[in-house]
Design a protein. Structure first.
Length: 297
């Protein structure tokens, strides 16, 4: 062994101390790094910002997913409502065509009847009908002899006597009242526009002539003034045969030399006329009143 190796051996070898104890030399190497407090603060803040960003991203994704689900569910619900509405509308229309006053409505139509009014669809249908009527009369003018007349069916524009005993019936009754008020306002606007256009107007009703004073009071209170004639059902006529009543009234009008240019009504029996040149307009009628007729039956 060389002198250098011997020296190193002595350096790392155990050394004896007085008393016989030995002391061994040892070295411990520890790994790590040192940063300042300012750098540590910046590191902690950066980690917190990254964590907050991740949480915000997760919340945003959750909200987007929920919004997509709600939007998709809303489209499905709207499609179902539109389908049910179309189904009940066609069902009610065929009931009108066959003059079924007390027919069995599907259960789904009873609930949809209330939604049809409360949701504003009936108001929109009335507005569209008013536009169709106005478009026609914008292109037609009455003759100077004053013999061109428009017939307006006033039945159904004043609220009936309603009695409710449970929640569903009360909802139906409120539906009928709201629909009646909306229809009356529509007929009044049409009436005023026709009067302003120089048309003579004859009002028709299925009510007996004995109720004429009451009917006139209702009309005046609602804003109807200046009509040519108010024709009501004769006392000996059957109230269930509305088509015969209106047929008689039209014959009387024509025998007096008047020319019926148009008929406006929400009931089919008033529109079943074969006169050529007579323009007929059917006002939308909600099916909630059919539900009430069915309940009373």
């Amino acid at each position: 062994m060389s002198a250098y190796g011997h020296q190193m051996e002595q350096m790392y070898s155990a050394r004896s101390l007085p008393g016989g104890s030995e002391v061994r030399s040892s070295f411990v190497l520890e790994s790590g790094f040192y940063i300042t407090s300012f750098a540590a603060t910046i590191l902690v803040a950066a980690l917190a910002a990254v964590g907050l960003l991740l949480i915000t991203l997760l919340i945003s994704l959750a909200m987007m997913l929920q919004s997509c689900q709600s939007s998709h569910g809303g489209v499905i619900e709207l499609t179902k409502i539109n389908y049910d509405y179309s189904y009940c509308k066609v069902y009610s229309l065929h009931a009108k065509l066959n003059n079924l006053k007390e027919h069995n409505l599907p259960n789904i139509c009873k609930e949809l009847a209330i939604q049809y009014i409360k949701g504003g669809q009936y108001t929109r249908d009335l507005g569209l009908t008013k536009s169709v009527i106005e478009d026609y009369f914008n292109d037609v003018r009455p003759s100077d002899d004053g013999l061109d007349v428009v017939l307006i069916d006033i039945d159904g524009i004043f609220p009936p006597n309603l009695h409710s005993s449970n929640l569903f019936q009360s909802s139906i009754n409120n539906c009928i009242l709201e629909a009646t008020n909306l229809k009356r306002l529509l007929v009044l606007r049409i009436y005023i526009n026709l009067k302003a256009g120089g048309w003579s107007i004859i009002l028709l009703s299925r009510e007996q002539g004995t109720h004429q004073n009451v009917t006139i009071n209702h009309l005046v209170s609602a804003g109807f003034r200046g009509w040519s004639t108010l024709m009501m059902r004769a006392e000996d006529e059957d109230s269930t045969k509305g088509s015969e009543c209106f047929s008689r009234q039209r014959n009387v009008i024509q025998k007096k030399g008047f020319r019926i240019q148009s008929i406006i009504s929400s009931q089919m029996d008033a529109l079943t006329v074969t006169d050529t040149g007579t323009r007929k307009f059917l006002l939308p009628d909600p099916i909630c009143d059919k539900s009430e007729q069915q309940r009373r039956a």
